[in-house]
Design a binder for this molecule. Structure first.
Ligand code: ADP
Ligand code: MG
Length: 623
């Protein structure tokens, strides 16, 4: 038994004029904030003109935490109270992390009892959500100082592979920082948006992101401006830092340091190596002075030293493309992201592998933040949605089958995602205890003309008369396009749920064809829908009269009964004939004829009720 619709969703509120919103790249190593300034999206700088805020927080007893460069400086003297790479801790539990070698510098707090990996500091224990909130708060302050106003919303980027827990904690951190999250946006999608790739019709895009300590490759497929992540890969422990380490070893051997380096030596050489590596992105040869010696490194040497690391990044690209079932010749664009992609060796290797130059015009540190800023500006309503209509939207309507094999659209096509919409439905038959839900996709009115996505059942609905049960069906599409459908019987809270990826197996041609078919058949579909609705309504009337006859048949004399049965038979005939006018006329006739019967039944039930029988008992004695 399918669903019967009883309510319509409400209207949309109007948008006010000009509002402040920013994009935030909450990075493992560095974070940035950007906003639209005079028609162009730019990264906002702090009081000292710095665009990159190191994602480092130092906690001090009885004082405000230090965030950014100042904290990074302090990290060397006060590592226990200075938290770096909090992003790596998001979504993980204390049990998972407490024995990890990677986080050995921290002392985790066992006493919290909430399972969070909180770190003991001089200002009390701090979990990764709180640390992230401190970074976000600082970025919010920088933005408000620059923009001279109050932020109304932020778009925060997250890695494409972030799971629900990690995404939720990112949102929690924003909330804690007093920021309203308009949307979480995948980092690779943001980078593609910064390059304006969303305005293209379709294509496959590789986003190659090498940061300080993490490497991510994402393969995005773009269809009419809608991005979908086809595959991701990478290494959570590969980044610019590793290139620094090989250079440290190289400089140490030149300096004649053969034994294991002391902490002091290592720290000094690391600083020199990092600076040298950055210089090598601009020049062919670098000299550094270390304790009175002059050490050198040139581009050729550096290329030889970093060969293995570079090969690892290319292998990852190869794997990601294979996972998506594509060939590298099918990649239309390669976007370079992350400060470490400035290294010429890396750019050359990528260009050689793909046989085309990667996109590098936008500063790779800033590209994600800029994409987030563009998105924020659109979402807050400063830009005409036309220019962005097709970014991250639901390309085809999603709906549910209702009585008569009709489709009720719950999320119309072109709705921006993520989105959640609910509608209430009811049962069609008396005593109905199960309801089957059929999730469909498409623009047509009949189920048979749409794509079937999933079916599931809601059971254990308490038996009630038709139309008394309330079943709320909620459609939710997350930022990755994953659809969750839940059906809840509201009196008992009984719940059934299913998840599907509506875009699975759907190409841009299919979408186009489905849209065209719905236009071609618009008029015919409308007529069919009207007919089926009339049939469903008439069938309900027939069922109701039959049930009433069975229950209170003694209220009718033989003649009346025969007349009623005749009218019911005529209506059934009209239903079968598919003639909407006939259905309408026969329904009217039956309604007129049964009016007296209905009045008598009402009197009977009222007098029973007055004798002390409760209406519910009367109702539930029907069967
Ligand atoms: P994350 O995304 O992890 O926060 P970033 O994208 O900010 O990281 O990248 C930081 C890395 O970029 C560091 O390893 C840094 O050394 C490297 N980097 C920054 N500028 C350059 C440069 N000019 N040449 C080479 N590497 C660079
Ligand atoms: Mg990054």
């Amino acid at each position: 038994m399918a669903l019967l619709q009883i309510s319509e969703p409400g209207g949309k509120p109007a948008k006010p004029a000009h509002r402040l919103a920013v994009g935030i790249d909450l990075g493992t190593t560095n974070s940035l904030v950007s906003a639209s300034c005079g028609g162009k999206v730019e990264v906002l700088t702090d009081e000292q003109g710095r665009a990159l805020l190191p994602s480092v927080v130092q906690y001090r007893a009885g004082q405000q935490p230090l965030v950014g460069s100042d904290a990074k400086q302090a990290a060397i003297e006060d590592p226990a109270n200075t938290i770096i790479s909090a992003k790596r801790l998001l979504g993980h539990s204390l049990d998972e992390l407490k024995n990890s070698h990677q986080f050995r510098q921290y002392q985790f707090d066992d006493s919290r009892g909430d399972g969070s990996p909180a770190i003991m500091t001089a200002a009390g224990s701090k979990d990764p959500v709180e640390v992230s909130a401190d970074i976000l708060r600082r970025l919010g302050d920088i933005a408000e100082a620059r923009l001279k106003g109050t932020l109304e919303g932020v778009v925060i980027t997250v890695p494409a592979y972030f799971n629900d827990a990690q995404r939720q904690q990112t949102k929690d951190a924003a909330k804690l920082a007093g920021l309203e999250v308009l949307r979480l946006l995948n980092e690779p999608t943001a980078a593609a948006v910064a390059y304006g790739l969303d305005s293209q019709d379709q294509g496959n895009i590789i986003v190659f992101d090498l940061g300080g300590g993490t490497f991510d490759v994402s393969l995005l497929s773009l269809t009419k401006g809608v991005f979908e992540v086809l595959a991701t890969g990478g290494d959570t422990n590969l980044g610019g830092d590793d290139f620094d380490q090989i250079l440290v070893a190289h400089l140490a051997s030149q300096a004649g340091l053969t034994a294991e380096l002391s902490n002091q030596e290592h720290g000094e050489l690391l600083r020199l190596a990092n600076a040298a590596r950055h210089s090598l992105s601009e020049q062919d040869r670098v000299e550094v002075s270390f304790r009175g010696q002059t050490l050198t490194v040139d581009a050729g040497e550096f290329a030889a030293l970093s060969k293995d690391l570079v090969a690892r990044t290319i292998n990852t690209c190869r794997r990601v493309i294979r996972d998506a079932g594509l060939d590298k010749s099918e990649i239309d664009n390669i976007v370079m992201v992350g400060g470490a992609t400035r290294m010429p060796v890396l750019r050359a290797a990528v260009a050689e592998f793909f046989g085309r130059e990667p996109l590098t015009d936008i500063d790779p540190d800033k590209v994600v933040a800029i994409g987030a800023g563009i998105q924020a500006d659109v979402l807050i309503g400063n830009k005409s949605p036309d220019s962005f209509l097709l970014l991250d939207v639901n390309p085809l309507s999603l709906g549910i089958e209702t009585m008569g094999e009709l489709v009720e659209k719950i999320i119309p096509r072109n709705t921006t995602i993520p989105v959640a919409r609910a509608q209430e439905f009811t049962t069609f038959k008396d005593g109905q205890t199960a309801m089957s839900l059929h999730v469909v996709q498409g623009e047509r009115e009949l189920v048979k003309d749409c794509r079937s996505l999933a079916r599931f059942e809601l059971r254990d609905i308490p038996p009630m008369v038709a139309g008394a049960a309330k079943i709320r069906v909620t459609f939710q599409v997350d930022a990755d396009g994953l659809l969750s459908v839940t059906a809840e019987e509201l009196s008992t809270g009984k719940l059934a749920e299913i998840q599907v990826k509506p875009s699975y197996g759907l190409g841009s041609e299919d979408i186009e064809q489905m849209l065209k078919a719905s236009q071609d058949h618009a008029e015919e579909d409308m007529k069919i829908r009207a007919l089926v609705e009339a049939q469903v309504e008439a069938r309900q009337l027939v069922d109701a009269i039959r049930a009433a006859e069975a229950q209170d048949g003694e209220l009718l004399d033989q003649e009346e009964r025969a007349a009623l049965d005749k009218a019911v038979a005529e209506l059934e005939q009209a239903i079968d004939s598919g003639d909407r006018n006939a259905i309408h006329e026969q329904s009217e006739a039956l309604n007129r004829l049964s009016g007296q019967f209905a009045a008598r039944r009402m009197d009977l039930h009222i007098s029973r009720a007055l004798r002390g029988e409760r209406i519910e008992e009367v109702e539930s004695s029907k069967e």
